[in-house]
Every structure is written in C-alpha cells, then in structure tokens.
Design a protein around this ligand. Structure first.
Ligand code: BT5
Length: 329
C-alpha cells in the first residue's frame, strides 16, 4: 500500500512537470526529496510503474519524464497488443490534433504507407460528414487509418460499410448489441456511440488512398457534449456502467479492420455486405432519406454493389443513393 502511495506521488510529480511543460524532466534527487526515499528506491519504483504500463523515459543527468500513462493510446501502449498486424504497424500519436483525418490525409499525400494509423487523445475540430463537426473530448477513441486498396473509385463506399462492420464487431466484443445505421453510424439503444468518416483521393477510376476515421465515444463525459448532441448520443461507459479499456478497444478495432480489409480486397464483398446487413435494422422498413435535394420516402430494400442505399419509391420504382441521412418513418 505504502509502495502504491509513493508511486502515486512519483506519477503526480511527473505529471506536474509535464503540465508545466518546462523541460518535463524531474531529477532523481527531486523525486527522492519529495517522497523522502533514496534515489535507488526511486529507480525501483520507476521500474514498477513501467511494468504497470507507464511509459517513463530516463535520461542521464536530466531525470525522468512521463511519456504516457497506461490509459493513453500511445504506440507504446498499443503496438505490443497489435502483434504485428499491418494496420497499425506505423502509429502517429498526438495528445491533441485538429482532426486525425486531416493529419492522416497530409501524411498520405507525403507517401505514408498503407496501414498508418493516426490516433489522438483529443480533437479540436473533429469532422463529421458534409462539413458537420464531431465533438472529441479526451476519453474517446479518435483514430484514422490510411489504406491504399487497388480498387475502382466507384467501389470506395464498400470500405465505409466494412469500417462500420469492424466498429460494430468491436463493440459487440464488450457484450453490447450495436445497430448500424446507413451509411456510417453505430447506435446503441438508438443513440449514436460511434461515427465513421471515409475520405478518399483518387483519379478517374482508381483510388490513390482512403482515410477511414473512427470516432468512438468510449469513456467521454456526456456532459462535455453540447445539449443538442447529447440527446442522440451515448458512450460505451454509459452502456456498460464501467470505464472501458480504450487500448483493448482500439486494438480490437484495428484487428477487425485488418481482417475485413483482407476479406474485402480478396473478393469477399458479399460476406462483408452480409455482416453489414445483419446489423442494419432498417432494411425492409419505410424510411425518410434527407438528401441535398430534399426528403425522399421509401422502403429501404438494401445496399447495391457500390455500397449505395436502394429505396423502393411509392410508385414501386427502385432508386439508389450514395449520400444522405436516413430516419425510420
Ligand atoms: C460522422 O459524421 O458520424 C463521422 C464522425 C467521424 C469522427 C471521426 S473521429 C476520428 C476522425 N477524425 C475526424 O475529424 N473525424 C473522424 P455524421 O454522420 O455527419 O455525424 C455528425 C453528427 O453527429 C454531428 O452533426 C452531431 O449531430 C453528431 N455528433 C457530433 N459529435 C458527436 C459525438 N461525439 N457523439 C455522438 N454524436 C456526435
């Protein structure tokens, strides 16, 4: 018990230095003075902390610096759990970023390899679709993946559906029953727990790169969501009544994406679509689709080969849509 309280004091001292930003290092002498133990004992505690997942850097003549706490989604925490999965082999980690999708696109332009993942603890201007925002306070999982599939531009939307399946399976691993809402929402009890934003760069007929951004409301404090969003949103913490392990969730997500990506790029679209369809409760029901050109009501009959939504209009005619927001009527 005594050991734990000494270690808590050490962590606090390192966090204070991190917050102050000056140098960020705390010398062994200083830590020994604060905790009233020897420098050798400090070293032993630092080793303990490291074994508990704290990433602490020790530099001769400077001291110790806290790089990451166990809950962080830093590569030090994530990489060992990924066990060599190509997606996540290269992780770019930021405490704060405007948008992981924007940073991922910037890196993709500069030639970042397929499988590069950008993760941030917080986004200051997280993006949704159609210039909407995505509120991203600390405690969530905000990450973007760069993929470079050999695929025609027309089929790029298949990857949004694949991403939704990966996110849904990840949430199911927590014992929850998510629902997918076309094209990219993951709902729990009818409220949004995760959103996906696919952005792409391509030339006529060919994709250069895709950036798939995942936002998962893991442990975020719902009070940090603006009231108008709060009503339609939920978090994994609220749905499980416990603090969830963000690292394990991020790793499951990347592994699920990797599996699905292999499947999809080796001719497995039908299987991906079946996984998607099974989790979409709107199929066969009458929905309203809000598009740029107004609302259209019809029966949601399914998804076509390009990932577009197929509606049966009141006259019986089938029509496909590649963008819009659906609600049940
Ligand atoms: C989405 O857009 O759902 C895509 C969200 C993608 C976010 C990820 S986070 C990592 C990566 N980097 C980024 O910058 N973005 C991606 P859409 O379907 O347009 O939904 C956006 C709407 O969801 C907003 O207009 C709000 O109403 C609502 N919303 C915003 N923040 C939310 C949150 N944290 N939880 C639930 N709903 C939210």
């Amino acid at each position: 018990m005594k050991e734990r309280s000494t270690e808590a004091m050490i962590v606090q001292a390192l966090k204070d230095a991190q917050a102050a930003g000056v140098g960020e290092y705390v010398s062994g002498e200083e830590l020994a003075r604060r905790t009233a133990i020897t420098r050798a004992a400090i070293w032993k505690h630092i080793k303990n902390l490291k074994s508990r997942g704290y990433d602490i850097e020790a530099v001769r003549h400077q001291g110790y610096r806290l790089v990451a706490t166990p809950d962080s989604l830093s590569p030090e925490q994530i990489t060992p759990l990924l066990m060599g999965s190509p997606i996540g082999a290269n992780i770019v980690y930021r405490k704060t970023v405007d948008s992981t999708n924007d940073l991922a696109k910037e890196l993709a332009e500069k030639g970042a390899p397929e499988g590069t993942v950008v993760i941030a603890e917080e986004q200051t201007s997280g993006k949704g679709r159609l210039d909407r925002g995505w509120v991203s306070p600390p405690g969530g999982i905000w990450l973007s993946v760069i993929l470079r599939p050999e695929t025609p531009l027309m089929e790029a939307a298949r990857f949004t559906l694949l991403a939704a399946v990966a996110a849904a399976k990840t949430i199911e691993a927590l014992g929850l029953m998510p629902e997918i809402k076309w094209p990219n929402d993951i709902l729990l009890d009818g409220r949004k727990v995760s959103g996906i934003l696919l952005e792409l760069n391509g030339q006529l007929g060919k994709v250069n790169y895709l950036v798939i951004g995942f936002g998962i409301n893991a442990n975020i404090d719902e009070d940090l969501l603006p009231p108008e969003i709060r009503a339609g949103a939920t978090t994994l913490r609220a749905c499980t009544s416990r603090i969830v392990d963000r690292r394990a969730i991020a790793v499951t997500l990347l592994t699920q994406l990797e599996d699905g990506y292999r499947q999809l790029t080796s001719g497995g679209w039908d299987a991906v679509l079946a996984e998607w369809t099974k989790r979409c409760r709107m199929i066969g029901r009458t929905v309203r689709l809000a598009t740029f050109h107004g609302n259209i009501d019809g029966e949601f009959t399914g998804i076509d080969e390009f990932g577009a939504l197929v509606l049966r209009l009141p006259g019986g005619q089938l029509k496909t849509f590649s963008a819009g927001d659906v609600t049940l009527l």
